[in-house]
Design a protein around this ligand. Structure first.
Ligand SMILES: Cc1ncc(COP(=O)(O)O)c(C=O)c1O
Length: 348
């Protein structure tokens, strides 16, 4: 495809004109965390993507608004998606499919568990056809998804395949929209809103794995020409080379809306120090951060994902690295997994 040389304003118009299905009331709240801030000695705010949407779908719902917008525009009747056994993305897809009257097939990595708990229980309640495919690496899933799509087609259905974490360039654009939503809220709250480097501009921290959230925020910042640079806290090396892969996803997402911008990996702020030894690890600092947020504010996070970003916020707040700036934690949801004893027990 020929690169287009549209202005950011053209790209914003294209972004806003993408087919989109409303799955969540927006904007999600942005508010200060007074008691958490006091405990940490810093000014900490939270963006509540853990609230509101269908089955409290978290960050994934913003991606599904665009993916399912495209799916319906193409006449799809079956959503196929994939992830780990306790995948939040798969559960969010199943809930959205139920809401829209689509069939849903979930291809989950891992062996069938003895009992369906937490996200797996919800997948079942939402009527998803759950397939357990054993211990495949996420990179090995493509042929399985292709075969599942072929099976749906043979049965007379029309499949739409959403990737791991719903993190395609199109899905990530949900977070380009979200970034613009945040900027409006920051302005209203008197946080930043000026040029880059404004002393009130907050630090923006979120958890990142398959990358759509981070890549979309990067594109949203580019479109807006200002605002805090998102800091993605890696929760487990799902991407082989996070900064490079995120830069590529952001570049592809920008191109989809006519923005000819090549992001370099040096422009992407990734924190790799909070994931623990592997994807799914439960870390001591993550559990401490969950307990502090819950005890001071009545807000719940999960150990696999949001705890990683939250632990980075706690460390940043306690250090002098924030330089007196406010910190905004983007809560990406996902605490349903706490109701699986594997995760819940770790919180005791
Ligand atoms: C609760 C939660 N937070 C953050 C993420 C990471 O988002 P992304 O996959 O867009 O990097 C996920 C991904 O599954 C998640 O479930």
């Amino acid at each position: 495809m020929e690169p287009r040389h549209d202005t950011p304003a053209d790209a914003i118009r294209r972004l806003e004109a993408l087919p989109r299905i409303a799955l969540t009331p927006l904007p999600t709240p942005l508010h200060r965390l007074p008691r958490f801030s006091e405990a940490l000695g810093a000014d900490v705010w939270i963006k509540r993507d853990d609230m509101g949407s269908v089955a409290l779908a978290g960050n994934k719902v913003r991606k599904y608004e665009l993916l399912l917008g495209q799916a319906l525009a193409e006449g799809a009747d079956t959503l196929i998606t994939t992830g780990a056994l306790q995948s939040n993305s798969a559960r969010a897809g199943a809930a959205a499919a139920a809401q829209l009257g689509l069939r849903c097939v979930l291809v989950l990595t891992g062996e069938p568990p003895a009992e369906r708990r937490a996200n797996l229980l919800l997948d079942d309640l939402f009527g998803a056809d759950v397939r357990f495919v054993g211990r495949l690496a996420w990179s090995e899933l493509a042929p399985v998804l292709d075969a599942t799509a072929a099976e749906v087609t043979r049965a007379g259905g029309q499949p739409y395949v959403a990737p791991v974490g719903a993190s395609s360039p199109l899905g990530s654009l949900g977070f380009a929209l979200a970034y613009r939503e945040l900027l409006d809220q920051l302005r209203q709250a008197g946080l930043g809103g000026g040029e880059h480097g404004d002393a009130t501009e907050p630090l923006l921290v979120h958890t990142s794995t398959s990358g759509g959230t981070h890549a979309g925020l990067v594109v949203g910042r580019e479109l807006s020409g200002r605002g805090p640079r998102p800091i993605g806290v890696d929760a487990g090396r799902v991407l082989p080379d996070p900064a490079r892969d995120l830069a590529r996803m952001a570049t592809e997402a920008a191109a989809m809306i006519g923005l000819d911008r090549h992001f370099a990996e040096e422009e992407i702020a990734v924190e790799l120090g909070y994931a623990g030894p592997a994807y799914g690890s439960i870390t001591e600092e993550g559990v401490a951060a969950i307990r502090l947020l819950a005890a001071t504010e009545g807000i719940v996070a999960d150990p696999v994902y949001s705890a990683k970003g939250l632990a980075a916020v706690v460390e940043l707040a306690r250090s002098s690295r924030h330089g007196g700036r406010p910190i905004v934690f983007w809560h990406t949801g996902g605490w349903h997994a706490n109701f699986d004893p594997h995760y819940g027990d770790a919180l005791r």
